[in-house]
Design a protein around this ligand. Sequence first.
Ligand code: BGC
Length: 353
Amino acid sequence: MIETNQIEKVSWGKVDGKEVYLYTLTNASGSQLQVSTYGAILVSFLTADKNGTMADVLLGKDSLEDYLKNDCYLGATVGQFANRIAKGKITLDGVDYQLATNNGPNFLHGGDKGFDSHVFDIVEEISEEGINSIVLSHTSPDGFENLPGNVTLKLTISLTDENEVVLDYSATTDKKTIVNFTSHPYFNLKGEGEISDHTLQLNCNFYTPIDETCIPTGEIATVKGTPFDFTEEKVIGHEIDADHEQTKIGIGYDHNLVINKPLGEFGLLGVAYEATTGRAMEVYTTEPGVQFYTGNWLEGDLGKNQTAHIKRQGFCLEAQHYPDSPNQPHFPSVILNPGEEYSQKTVYKFVVK
Ligand code: BGC
């Protein structure tokens, strides 16, 4: 019998001499979210289908040891800058910074050792009517990964009785820097198999096409008439392998779409759905963009039950700023100054239909 509405914490091992904990948050209907303080990783989310049968809708790994090699960023909190920066080069106030080039010629997801690879501190556990939260924090010291500023992220992860996984980020710096935080859960609403049969609807009329190294060309293009048109509900697999330059470059979907809403406003990004289980996931965010990634590089990566993932076993909707924003002045700004507070909020809400 599951004890509902509670926060549980167990020791999960150590990284760099620092104790790591695995949290389990349970809501009133018995859904369970597991979070590791290493990488603030969303490890599992057990939730019911239309018949009340529970399944884990998150891809992940069995143990902390396995997560130490998390090349696909399964469930991880990604920063200080998520996504790609062309050739790892940025310029701030006339000063050039060379960041890691850990994805072909480009920088990706925080560089060699991003926020996903650090043990977060536990700030607080909060249990309130209808919502259980943990507050985690990590500070990236000035110059780490060649990025300026002591950057502190405070991340509140909650599970509500409305079956929402809520991610609330706030960050500060003591020097002008760039930030772009996101979470990298891979979802499979069936809990197994691949995700091409899920449907998706996205409130995105535009996307940012990429060059052959996956860097935005700078164009903000209409999705109309392209495989990126999810303005009406569509099966993910329908045009995933279309004879289209962009899906060819991405080996499927691996692109930033522009969310139809005013900058900074919290609103609905879209809905994913899996018909056999009736599970649907609504996504809400404050962010201007979303990296829609269909797990095209998952094959062979070690998953749960010591079983290798198959290609497209999960899909990601990573709410964030656009890739390469530091080098594309017409994209929404990713600059954070001392005295300012960065904030972002993303909600994954699970319902059955
Ligand atoms: C990127 C993919 C990458 C994946 C895992 C996504 O955000 O866009 O290209 O394979 O993360 O690193």
